[in-house]
Design a protein around this ligand. Structure first.
Ligand SMILES: N[C@@H](CCC(=O)N[C@@H](CS)C(=O)NCC(=O)O)C(=O)O
Length: 252
C-alpha cells in the first residue's frame, strides 16, 4: 500500500496529498504533527533522515521533495494527467513551480512561522525547545526553528519577505489575468503547488489579496477550492487551517 507521511494539507505536505486525490489514488495516510516535532523523532528519521515532511513510500521507493514527488505521482499512477503535453505549457508549469518553491514559498513560510509556529512554540519551556533544536538533523532547519522558537527573525528579514510576497502576488495576479490556469489552458501540478501556498492569502494577507486588488487570484483559488479532490483533501486537516479553507469555500 502506498504510504504518505504528511502534516496539514498546506504548503509542501498538501502537494502530494492533492495530486494523489486528483489522480484518484488511495493511500495510507500518516499524519506527522509538525508542531509536536514528530518529524524529528527517531521512528520518522528512519524513513526520512532529513526530518522534513512530506515523505512518500511506494513499495521499496522512498520519495522526498514535494515537487518532484508530484511529478512521480503523475508519471506512475493512472488518472487524469496533471502535466500539459504541450512543451511551452509544461515549461510554464515548471517555471511557476520553481518560483513558488524558491521565492514565494520561503517568504510566506517565514511570515507564517513568525506569526503562527513561533508563538505556538513559545508556550513551552525554553530548555525543552533548546533540546528539541539539537535533535533537528538539517542545519538549515535548525536555524529556521531557532529563529521561530526564540523570535529571532530580524525586522529586515521580515520586511524582505513581505516585499517578496507583494511582488509574487502582483505577478501571479497579472499571470492569471491572461491565463485560466497557471500552465495556460489546463489544470496542472503548478495549480496544486500554488493553491497550497496561496489558499489562505485572502485571510492572512487581506490587504494584498482581495476581490479588488487580485480578482483573478480570487477566481483561481475558488475554482480550485471547488474541485472534489481539493474538498476531500482539506477534510484531512486537524487544525485551524481547515477554517481558512472553509472560509474560502463559503465566500465563493
Ligand atoms: N523542499 C522540501 C521541504 C520540506 C519541508 O521543509 N517541509 C516542512 C513542512 S512544509 C517541514 O518539514 N518542516 C518541519 C521542519 O523543518 O522540522 C519539500 O518540498 O518537500
Amino acid at each position: 500500500m502506498l504510504k504518505l507521511y504528511h502534516w496539514e494539507p498546506n504548503a509542501n505536505s498538501g502537494k502530494p496529498m492533492l495530486a494523489l486525490a486528483e489522480k484518484g489514488v488511495s493511500y495510507e495516510s500518516h499524519y506527522v504533527d509538525l508542531l509536536q516535532l514528530d518529524q524529528h523523532r527517531p521512528e520518522y528519521l528512519r524513513i526520512n533522515p532529513d526530518g522534513t515532511i512530506p515523505t512518500m513510500v511506494h513499495g521499496e521507493r522512498i520519495l522526498t521533495e514535494s515537487t518532484p514527488m508530484m511529478e512521480y505521482i503523475d508519471e506512475v499512477f493512472e488518472g487524469p494527467p496533471l502535466r500539459p503535453r504541450e512543451p511551452k505549457e509544461r515549461w510554464r508549469m515548471r517555471w511557476w513551480m520553481r518560483f513558488f518553491d524558491a521565492y514565494f514559498g520561503p517568504s510566506l513560510s517565514m511570515i507564517g512561522w513568525s506569526v503562527f509556529v513561533g508563538p505556538a512554540m513559545r508556550q513551552r519551556d525554553p530548555r525543552e525547545l533548546e533540546a528539541a533544536i539539537q535533535r533537528i538533523p538539517l542545519e538549515s532547519r535548525r536555524v529556521a526553528w531557532r529563529k521561530a522558537m526564540f523570535n529571532e527573525f530580524t525586522p529586515e528579514e521580515l520586511a524582505e519577505s513581505r516585499r517578496r510576497i507583494e511582488f509574487a502576488t502582483t505577478v501571479l495576479e497579472e499571470h492569471l489575468a491572461r491565463y485560466e490556469w497557471i500552465a495556460g489552458g489546463s489544470f496542472s501540478l503548478a495549480d496544486i503547488s500554488g493553491f497550497n501556498l496561496g489558499y489562505a492569502l485572502p485571510f492572512t494577507q487581506p490587504e494584498r489579496c482581495n476581490e479588488t486588488r487580485t480578482p483573478n487570484i480570487m477566481r483561481w483559488l475558488r475554482s480550485i477550492a471547488a474541485r472534489p479532490a481539493t474538498r476531500e483533501t482539506w477534510k484531512k486537516s486537524r487544525t485551524a487551517f481547515a477554517q481558512r479553507f472553509a472560509a474560502l469555500c463559503q465566500e465563493g
